[in-house]
Design a protein around this ligand. Structure first.
Ligand code: SAH
Length: 194
């Protein structure tokens, strides 16, 4: 494992994620939104996450900035990063397949929205967010830079903790007791833990 290979793995993670998401993003545009928790706050959270998971690491990969925050590359660390990146992509594939047309980049309930409780959603309520946490961990392991590497954990962490309660409130308003019951038998992002 070399620093260049580790950076390439991060780029492939982002490309893989885009390829998995693209057809669902296209389809979701044609589905009417009936309830939404979008707004300035949601946009700010999305931009924060995008900066941490995408913009800062890509600036680092392209330019080496911020150089003062660099630390020595560890091959073993980067190998673990590769496996975490693969787990992240597997999670995006499983979650998009299970959610199908019910997916939105923001907090939206769409026309004929169905509550998905099977596939990977049988075990977790927010497995796509598990996928993004795995992305952020892979980023920290692959990029030997205190700022560019850890920006994903901070940026996505802000989105996650800023959104999760609102999302569950929105789902409760839309699906009532069914979601309540679903909440009582599932964890959010890590089975048996949280
Ligand atoms: N929080 C989920 C989904 C993220 S995408 C996860 O991490 O896997 C966000 C959109 O998914 C929201 O707009 C919400 O309407 C929708 N959503 C969340 N959980 C859902 C479920 N169990 N079934 C159907 N749609 C869901």
């Amino acid at each position: 494992m070399t620093p260049l290979l580790a950076k390439s793995i991060f780029v492939l993670l982002a490309v893989g994620w885009f390829i998995i998401r693209f057809p669902y993003a296209r389809r979701s545009r044609s589905m009417r939104v009936v309830r939404s928790a979008r707004g300035a706050r949601e946009i700010a959270l999305l931009l924060t996450s995008l900066t941490g998971l995408g913009i800062l690491p890509f600036v680092y990969i392209a330019t080496g900035f911020p150089r003062f925050a660099a630390y020595p590359f560890g091959p073993a660390q980067a190998w673990i990063g590769l496996f975490v990146a693969l787990a992240s992509l597997a999670m995006f594939r499983l979650t998009h397949r299970a959610l199908g047309r019910n997916w939105s980049v923001s907090l939206d309930v769409r026309e004929n929205h169905e509550l998905v409780t099977d596939g990977i959603y049988r075990h977790l309520r927010h497995p796509m967010y598990t996928g993004f946490w795995l992305w952020a961990i892979a980023q920290a392991l692959l990029l030997p830079n205190w700022i560019a590497g850890f920006a994903g954990l901070v940026g996505f962490g802000i989105l996650f903790f800023g959104r999760i309660t609102k999302e569950e409130e929105m789902m409760l308003e839309s699906f009532g007791d069914t979601y309540h019951e679903y909440m009582s038998r599932t964890y959010r992002i890590v089975p048996g833990v949280f």
